[in-house]
Each structure stands twice: as structure tokens, then as C-alpha cells.
Design a protein around this ligand. Structure first.
Ligand code: FAD
Ligand code: NAD
Length: 465
């Protein structure tokens, strides 16, 4: 039997990062992946291909709608879907290929095949050897959730995986679920001219994110792409016919159902942890009522030398969260004392302008009954935003009412995905809103709006408003 300090099951951003960090710190590491390529959901069918298509579709949309504002006239424009998809595939191939190099560089032994527990220290790889791990990390990720009465046939009723590989641009698309995937997919296809309907169970899009950001997102999808957004509706039934699908959506609080016809129905109602065929019971483990593997604050399962990370445990289902979990576990195994705080993990929605948030939302603080102050600065008052013709959106800074401690930051605006890093640093280092105001940020930049919102939270005023 081959013996390792660490055996990692699953090569997504949780598993592969745990493997690299552990190897860097001197552990011998084996990585088990059931698919032929490394990188998990994120690199193969998630973050990377979706961002590739978001970027391509944004270029197309801007060329059609915004170049003229800058005095650039494009007379003959055409869209080559095959080329767009081929570029996406190439981006994925390169990224996934890069991981193989990193595995070799760090002397991590990779085994392709389904992994399952034989005992609390042994993992059998289908078609391969049985591996002995002094420690084991379960990083098996998640799969799309489904709905009880709507069968995903992967042809007309699809998940994000199929939506990222369609052979044609749909004329009409109905999206069930107005969460992150629903909104990002609506952006891709809305920009390419698809007629969109979004059916969302809650009374707002993007539940869990800042309420003003969610409302701005609703305006954006309906304003820019003419999307029809049904809030407070649930998709009840689906009928698949020749070349299309009919979805019956019922209002949650009662009333007449709405029938939506489309070429495809995308089911994007969340993801569920994936532990199928892992034979957890052989290691003395089980899952909770939501299919997650329970872990303690050290991310140890009920068996202390077996850890679990990423989408298969609690916390936000995000690639960077999975990677933070992976580093956290690897460093503990190497005798370090890292820390982890999910409140400092930012969420980003890659529409345009981007939506990003970190820390507390106002809803969370109201539930906790904690007194807070809010400072908001609109991008229309930013010189950089005007120069870029990008004046939609805002920055919102939330601070403790008594101490001025930064509690949260929420941005809708150009490059929000990158700017939120300042909010992350502020939260991690215990900054006050005043501290953010005092950062000498460059002019003219989109980041100046963060200072303005921070001053508004701290003292109720902004310089340029
Ligand atoms: P995964 O990436 O799911 O990897 C798990 C791996 O384990 C898989 O490769 C699987 O094949 C393997 N595996 C499972 N069981 C076994 C077994 N028994 N034996 C061997 N191997 C096994 N997050 C972001 O932060 N930013 C984004 O922009 C973003 N965009 C997304 C877009 C889409 C369309 C989707 C679907 C998700 C997106 N996410 C994004 C979420 C992100 O992909 C996940 O949070 C992340 O991949 C979770 O990482 P993980 O390592 O926990 O699991
Ligand atoms: P989600 O939890 O973000 O959204 C699911 C939505 O579906 C919710 O708004 C929910 O209210 C709605 N819903 C549930 N049941 C419904 C029903 N019967 N009818 C209508 N609506 C219903 O999940 P998702 O969008 O599927 O994304 C899955 C995961 O992937 C998320 O955790 C997300 O963080 C991650 N992801 C992240 C990114 C990113 O970071 N940019 C991008 C894509 C996905």
C-alpha cells in the first residue's frame, strides 16, 4: 500500500490548493480525482468558463451599445458563437493544464479514478491502488441541486454545465433561480440577444447579498437586456416538447400561474454537497440533513485525522472559500496556527457593472439588533466613472454606530470584484470606517468612491457629494 502524510480526495480549488500548500510545507501528498482533468467544478464547468463567456459577451454588447458613445462606429458586426465557445474551451484547457504542471512541480502524486474509503486511513482509487493517508482531506465539492417536479434532462432542461456549452444561442431562455448563477447566465445570454425570463422564489434577486445591490441588479437585467423577472414565483411544472420547453410558474403567495415558453430552461436553484460513492460510513463518518459533512472549527470531521473543506461543508459555496479552507487545513497539518473567518470572504457577481460584498449586510445587522451607520456614494459623482462612461452603481460602507468599526462593504460598480479587496483587508485588520477614508488612494480611480462612502459612514458627509 502506498503511504502518504496526506491524501486529498477531489481536485477542485479546495483540494488542489490544500495539496499544494501541504507539499510546500514538506508533507508527502497524493491527490485523487475522478475526472480526467484537474480543477473541479470551478476550473472545468464553473468560475473559469463562465467568466470567459461573460468577458466575450461583454465585448460584443459594448461594441453594439457603447462604442458609439466613445465615437467609435462599427458598421458590420457579426457574432461567431463557435469561435466564442472555442475560446472558452481554450481558456479552460490552459488553466487545467497549468494545474498538471503545478502538481509535478510540487511532487504531488495524482491518481485519476473515483476515491472511496476502505477504512479511516485508507482510500481505494477505482482502477488504481489503495492509498494510506496519515491525514485525509475530503474535498469532493458539490453538484447542481434539482427541483422535485422538474426533471433535468440536460437537453431542454439544463444546469449551468450545459448552459456553458450550448450548441446555439437560445432565442428564449427561462432561468429558474435568480441567485448568482441565474444572474450571471442572464448576463451572458442577455448580451447576446436572448429573450430572458427569470423565475425567483424570493421577493428579490441575489438573496444573501446587499438588498440595494440586488435591486440595482434587477434594474440592470431588465433595463439592459429586457429580462422579464418574476419575483416571488416558483417553477412548479415543466413540459418538454419538440424544440422547446414550457414552465408553469406559480406565485408563492397565491394567484394565477404564469406560463413561460422557451428553447431551454436553466435550473439554477443552488448546489448540494457531493459525497456519492465515497463510502463515508467505512471511515465512521456521515452527512447532516443537508448532505454536508459536519466539521469543527479546525475543519476536522468526527474522525480527527479526516478533514473536510469547500462546498462539501458549511459556509459559502465559493472557490476562494474552498481554497482558504484548504490552506487552513494544510497549515495545521504542518504545525502552523492559521485562522479562518467566513465573514471576511467576499461574494462577487460578475455582471457589469460588477456586484461585490463582504462582511455584514444591513439585513444581518438588523436581525442581530446591532446599531450601525451606513455611508453610500454613487458612481455618478466619480470623475473616473464619468471618464469611463460607467456612472451606474454605488459603494456602501457599513460601520458600527458606536465604535466606527468597519462591519461591511458592498459595491455595485466597475471593477467591484477587485475593489472589494480593500474591504476584505479592512475587515481582516480591524479597520474603522475612518481608516478607510484616510487611505491615500490614487486619483482618478474607481477606488476613491470607497473613501467617500467611508467618510459618509463615519461622519455623515462625502467630499464630492
Ligand atoms: P469542486 O470544485 O466541486 O471539486 C470537487 C472535485 O472532487 C471534483 O473535481 C470532483 O470530480 C471530485 N470528486 C468528487 N467525488 C470524488 C471522489 N469520490 N473521488 C475522486 N474525486 C472526486 N465560485 C467563485 O468563487 N467564483 C466564481 O466566479 C464562481 N463561478 C461559478 C460558476 C458556476 C457556473 C458554478 C457552477 C460555480 C461557480 N463557483 C464560483 C463556485 C465554485 O465553482 C465552487 O465553490 C468551487 O468549485 C468549490 O470547490 P471545491 O474544491 O469544494 O469543489
Ligand atoms: P444560489 O443559492 O445563489 O441561488 C439560487 C436561487 O434559486 C435563490 O435565489 C433561491 O431563492 C432560488 N430558488 C430556489 N428554489 C426555487 C424555485 N423552486 N423556484 C424559483 N427560484 C428558486 O445558487 P446558484 O445561483 O445555483 O449558485 C450555486 C452556488 O454557486 C452558489 O453558492 C454560488 O455562490 C456559487 N457561484 C458563485 C459564483 C460567483 O462567485 N460569481 C458564480 C456562480 C455560482
Amino acid at each position: 500500500m502506498q503511504r502518504y502524510d496526506l491524501v486529498v480526495i477531489g481536485s477542485g480549488p479546495g483540494g488542489y490548493v490544500a495539496a499544494i500548500r501541504a507539499a510546500q510545507l514538506g508533507l508527502s501528498v497524493a491527490l485523487v480525482e475522478r475526472y480526467p482533468t484537474l480543477g473541479g467544478t470551478c476550473l472545468n464547468v464553473g468560475c473559469i468558463p463562465s467568466k470567459a463567456l461573460l468577458d466575450s459577451s461583454e465585448h460584443y454588447y459594448n461594441a453594439q451599445k457603447h462604442f458609439a458613445d466613445h465615437g467609435i462606429l462599427v458598421e458590420k458586426m457579426a457574432l461567431n458563437w463557435e469561435k466564442m465557445m472555442a475560446r472558452k474551451a481554450q481558456v479552460v484547457k490552459q488553466t487545467v493544464g497549468g494545474l498538471e504542471y503545478l502538481m509535478k512541480k510540487n511532487k504531488i502524486e495524482v491518481f485519476h479514478g473515483h476515491g472511496r474509503f476502505v477504512s479511516a486511513n485508507e482510500v481505494a482509487v477505482d482502477g488504481g491502488p489503495t492509498l494510506y493517508g496519515k491525514a485525509i482531506v475530503i474535498a469532493t465539492g458539490s453538484k447542481p441541486a434539482d427541483l422535485p417536479h422538474i426533471l433535468i434532462d440536460k437537453r431542454r432542461i439544463i444546469t449551468s454545465t450545459e448552459a456553458l456549452s450550448l450548441g446555439e444561442i437560445p432565442k428564449r431562455l427561462v432561468i429558474i433561480g435568480g441567485g448568482v448563477i441565474g444572474v450571471e447566465m442572464a448576463s451572458i445570454y442577455g448580451r447576446l440577444g436572448t429573450e430572458l425570463t427569470v423565475i425567483e422564489y424570493m421577493d428579490r434577486l441575489l438573496p444573501g447579498m446587499d438588498a440595494d445591490a440586488a435591486e440595482e441588479t434587477r434594474r440592470l437585467l431588465s433595463g439592459d437586456y429586457g429580462a422579464k423577472i418574476l419575483l416571488g414565483y416558483t417553477a412548479q411544472r415543466a413540459e418538454v416538447g419538440e424544440g422547446g420547453v414550457r414552465i408553469v410558474a406559480e406565485p408563492r403567495k397565491g394567484g394565477e400561474p404564469v406560463i413561460v415558453e422557451a428553447d431551454y430552461a436553466l435550473v439554477a436553484v443552488g448546489r448540494r454537497p457531493y459525497t456519492q460513492g465515497l463510502e463515508l460510513e467505512k471511515a465512521g463518518l456521515s452527512t447532516d440533513e443537508r448532505g454536508r459533512i459536519p466539521v469543527n472549527a479546525h475543519l476536522q470531521t468526527a474522525v480527527p485525522h479526516i478533514y473536510a473543506i469547500g462546498d462539501v461543508i458549511h459556509g459559502p459555496m465559493l472557490a476562494h472559500k474552498a481554497s482558504e479552507d484548504g490552506v487552513f487545513v494544510a497549515e495545521q497539518l504542518a504545525g502552523r496556527r492559521p485562522h479562518l473567518d467566513y465573514l471576511q470572504v467576499p461574494s462577487v457577481v460578475y455582471i457589469w457593472p460588477e456586484v461585490a460584498g463582504v462582511g455584514y449586510t444591513e439585513d444581518m445587522l438588523e436581525k442581530e439588533g446591532r446599531a450601525y451607520r451606513v455611508g453610500k456614494f454613487p458612481y455618478r459623482a466619480s470623475g473616473r466613472a464619468r471618464a469611463a462612461h460607467e456612472s451606474r452603481g454605488f459603494v456602501k460602507v457599513i460601520a458600527d454606530a458606536k465604535t466606527d468599526l468597519l462591519l461591511g462593504m458592498h459595491i455595485v460598480g466597475p471593477r467591484a470584484a477587485d475593489l472589494i479587496g480593500i474591504g476584505v483587508a479592512g475587515l481582516a485588520y480591524g479597520a474603522s470606517a475612518e481608516d478607510i477614508f484616510r487611505l491615500p488612494l490614487a486619483h482618478p480611480t474607481f477606488s476613491e468612491a470607497l473613501k467617500e462612502a467611508a467618510l459618509a459612514a463615519s461622519e455623515g458627509a462625502s467630499i464630492h457629494l
